[in-house]
Design a protein around this ligand. Structure first.
Ligand code: 6PG
Length: 471
């Protein structure tokens, strides 16, 4: 084999790495993949589309030597130490100008550290969020790259050709400096957690209202044909129809209620508090997954605090219509909080994240793709520097049209004892956000009372302290 033959390389040929690499090959690029496991290099070659140039090798050096310069390669390995290990083995093999992309779910601070570390060597390290799961990787993911903008120029043609397209526009773009790509993906996942939690709460309310799995399927299917069209609503509709292959039940009914997580939702909450930015729907979603793990205690508590009789007397159709609006409202609030977090982080962490592009990249291929992103795109087209999408008039009109039913659903959930923390917290955030004056003046008074923390006044500038309780 002659040297400098391949356009693009992949390190790590698990399902994601393999599928993404095959996608690159399907778009006319010659590709080479490395994995220590020869079964995976063989699986790569076997799965290649006829007529494409795909090679798998079990030797990293061989892969690197067979790439055109400047070399363009991506790693899709588990986040954390494995990424540092790959970098250490790559370093002696690469040259100035080469571009290395980490396409895993790395924490943005790790990415930033790696970008800085590799800068001295002249190797361009880029962190890139990849969303869409296995299928998306194969047929068109959404990709969120960040780092050196010139290095992005080298990989742009490849990424644009393999990305999902919406109206012909590729769902990939340069999203900012340093660790911006992984930051945007982290927040994407925070929003993903929030929307999944909201859907599960809506399911709980509808189920308590007597909807069968068939009716739930029909409901979500209908919702997906309207304003609420999105990937997560679409797959939820499918889930309700899936039969178990071991019993006569619907599969969803025999799945344990303990939810897993790999940590990106938690990272979003942690980072929001560092900034700080308020993202309570995401926080609640993370907390509910944690609470789902308290199975033994929940079983005991269920006996101690049994359900009271249902008092709701809504018709099924009324209930469905109201829950639709509540879910729509809270989904808007989830995006609003995530995007507000990106707005703040972009400035505070010096990442220059272009929010209009983020929204455009999320329109297709990713887990949180939805029709709503078109509404947000229009909002950013009017004002690219919008601090919170709730401040856009068109978004406000939509929110105002559904907030009434949201209040009814939240009241219903509270009365019926259905756990709906994320729906509730979306409304609580909204009511605080639209309060010209919050009751936090009282907190300032308390802080000054017991700790002399001082306060500002509404009428006179300056900082004040009072000896409380003395008049
Ligand atoms: C995506 C997803 C993906 C994520 C899974 C699992 O955009 O394709 O966000 O990257 O890893 O959704 O996340 P949890 O295990 O934390 O739910």
């Amino acid at each position: 084999m002659s040297n400098n033959l391949f356009d693009f390389g992949m390190i790590g040929l698990g399902v994601m790495g393999r599928n993404l690499l095959l996608n690159v090959a399907d778009h006319g690029f010659s590709v080479i993949g490395f994995d220590k496991d020869e079964a995976k290099t063989t699986a790569l070659e076997t799965a290649a589309t006829a007529g494409t140039t795909v090679k798998g090798v079990p030797d990293l050096e061989e892969m690197v030597q067979n790439l055109k310069t400047p070399r363009k390669l991506m790693m899709l390995v588990p986040a954390g130490q494995p990424v540092d290990d790959v970098i250490a083995s790559l370093l002696p093999l690469l040259e100035k100008g080469d571009v290395v992309i980490d396409g895993g779910n790395s924490h943005y601070t790790d990415t930033l550290r790696r970008v800085e570390y590799l800068k001295e060597t002249g190797i361009n390290f880029m962190g890139m969020g990849v969303s869409g799961g296995e299928q998306g990787a194969r047929t068109g993911p959404s990709m969120m790259p960040g780092g050196n903008v010139e290095a992005y120029g080298h990989i742009k043609p490849i990424l644009e050709s393999i990305a999902a397209k919406v109206g012909g526009v590729p769902c990939v773009d340069y999203l900012g400096k340093g660790g911006a790509g992984h930051y945007v993906k982290m927040v994407h996942n925070g929003i993903e957690y929030a929307i999944m939690q909201l859907i599960s709460e809506s399911y709980a309310i509808l189920k308590k209202g007597g909807l069968s799995n068939e009716k739930l399927h029909e409901t979500f299917k209908t919702w997906n044909e309207g304003l609420m069209q999105s990937f997560l609503i679409e797959i939820t509709a499918d889930i309700f129809l899936q039969k178990d292959d071991k019993t006569d039940a619907h599969l969803v009914d025999v799945i344990s209620d303990k939810a897993g997580s790999k940590g990106t939702g938690k990272w979003t909450s942690q980072d929001s508090m560092e900034l700080p930015v308020a993202v309570p729907v995401i926080d609640t979603a993370v907390a509910m997954r944690t609470l789902s793990g308290y199975k033994d205690e929940r079983v005991q508590a269920a006996a101690l605090y049994p359900d009271t009789d249902s008092s709701a007397n809504l018709s099924e159709e009324e209930l469905i219509a109201k829950v639709h609006d509540a879910l729509y409202f809270a989904t808007i609030l989830s995006y609003a909080q995530g995007l507000a977090m990106l707005f703040q982080a972009s400035k505070d962490l010096n990442m220059d994240i272009p929010l209009p592009k983020v929204v455009s990249v999320w329109r297709g291929g990713c887990i949180i793709r939805s029709l709503l992103l078109e509404v947000f795109s229009k909002a950013y087209a009017k004002n690219a520097d919008l601090s919170n999408i709730l401040l856009n008039e068109d978004v406000a009109a939509v929110v105002k049209s559904v907030v009434g039913n949201t209040r009814e659903v939240v009241s219903l959930a509270a009365k019926e004892g259905v756990p709906a923390g994320a729906l509730m917290s979306s409304l609580a955030y909204f009511d605080a956000f639209r309060s010209e004056r919050m009751p936090t003046n009282l907190i300032q008074a308390q802080r000054d009372y017991f700790g002399a923390h001082t306060y500002q006044r509404t009428d006179i500038p300056g900082t004040f302290h009072t000896e409380w309780g003395q008049n």
